[in-house]
Design a protein around this ligand. Structure first.
Ligand code: UDP
Length: 378
């Protein structure tokens, strides 16, 4: 009856569902939650503001293929993301750049550090903080130590519950110093938000006669793996299975639980038009939460009140909270490899996405990966 079964209607699963359906295949898409779009899901709240239910998701890409593919399903509102971090009690722009130098240091010191950056690196480059830390230049070492302590160390300890030496380069590369004056968080060619949100974008994507969507359905209610065979509704299934969930769940945790980091999102209404000086303000120090997002600054709305979310990181516990980030310890990677080897025995199953591939994909990476998987399998 179905040529392709896809587990998970997040972006990875939904892009693949659309691609296969548009190529004439019959697709069954199974989703445990009562909505599509995975952790990108958004909805208009009681204040009339479009909020992201699973924390802020900002779209940015350098990939023209990803941009034009998604543009088939949504209009955009141009949006250049800005983030500030509270340093010594004051919000300053990040990535740390020349403007930040002048916001935190007296002019003579800021000028000296600016000159040191320009002496060592090309204008416009982004230097990961750990790379800057290795610099032989004493001024840059001072700057690296400052940023490491004030922005990176305590934020990362809170976010990951690990000491920084256990974090992978995929994480540390996300805290750069910009040799320049641009306060924008991203420098990609395409930066915008789906005009009516990701939920609507994905619904448009899935609006296809060849896609049968089952919401509120755990894959174990309809699928089973036995021997090296997949079964759908208790019959052998010879088609393609795309799995976008956690690999340990697919194999009943036989090699142990794969660790993910979760976040307790605490949404609040504040009785003021605008709450903070940037759409996202990070609190590396002195608070239990890592950051506050104000959605009205991402999706403009003329409302008397505003909605914010504070993020409190914690370990993922199945059934209690959501798995947001794969936790990159060597041990966890070892366990993931075992699951991946197990998966490879099933010739008709492909793992795609942040959960299933255990990778820190951004939104555009996931879309690209799904398009590539379709090209490989088609
Ligand atoms: N980070 C940090 N201080 C900051 C912002 C980020 O140390 O002010 C580190 C931290 O380890 C975090 C990572 O960079 O987990 C990625 O942060 P980003 O906000 O880019 O990622 P997101 O959580 O939105 O995926």
């Amino acid at each position: 009856m179905f040529d392709v079964v896809i587990i998970g209607a997040g972006l990875a699963g939904s892009v693949l569902a659309e691609r296969f359906a548009s190529s004439g295949k019959k697709v069954l898409l199974i989703e445990r939650r009562q909505h599509v779009a995975g952790n990108c899901y958004d909805e208009v709240d009681a204040n009339g503001i479009l909020i992201h239910k699973y924390g802020p998701h900002l779209f940015h890409t350098d990939d023209a293929q990803v941009w034009s593919y998604l543009s088939r399903f949504t209009d955009w509102h141009l949006y250049f993301h800005r983030v500030e971090a509270v340093v010594d009690g004051k919000p300053v722009p990040i990535p740390f750049n020349f403007n930040t130098l002048h916001a935190v240091f007296p002019k003579s010191l800021a000028d000296k550090l600016e000159a040191a950056l320009l002496r060592n690196f090309e204008y416009g480059k982004k230097i990961p903080i750990l790379e800057l830390k290795k610099s032989a230049d004493a001024d840059l070492q001072f700057l690296a130590d400052f940023i490491y302590e004030k922005i990176f160390l305590h934020y990362s300890e809170k976010q990951w519950g690990l000491s920084p030496d256990k974090l992978s380069g995929a994480v540390t590369a996300r805290v750069p110093v910009l040799v320049g004056r641009d306060n924008n968080y991203f420098s990609d060619r395409f930066q915008a938000m789906p005009k009516l949100g990701y939920g609507v974008l994905v619904k448009n994507m899935l609006n296809h006669k060849n896609i049968k969507l089952l919401l509120n359905t755990d894959f174990k209610e309809v699928m089973e793996l036995r021997g090296e065979q997949t079964y759908l509704f208790r019959k052998k299934f010879k088609g393609r299975l795309i799995y976008t969930g956690q690999l340990d769940e697919l194999f009943n945790k036989k090699f142990g639980t794969l660790p993910y980091r979760s976040i307790d999102m605490k949404y609040e209404t504040v009785d003021t038009e605008i709450f903070q000086s940037a759409p996202v303000v990070n609190y590396p120090n002195n608070c239990d939460f890592t950051r506050i997002t104000e959605f009205k600054q991402i999706h403009p709305a003329k409302t008397p009140r505003t909605t914010i979310v504070k993020e409190y990181p914690l370990d993922y516990v199945a059934g209690k909270n959501e798995p947001y980030y794969p936790l990159f310890t060597d041990e966890a990677r070892g366990a993931y490899e075992k699951y991946f080897d197990e998966l490879s025995k099933f010739k008709n199953i492909t793992a795609v996405g942040r959960l299933a591939e255990y990778r820190y994909y951004d939104i555009d990476d996931v879309v690209k990966r799904a398009l590539d998987v379709f090209a490989e399998l088609n």
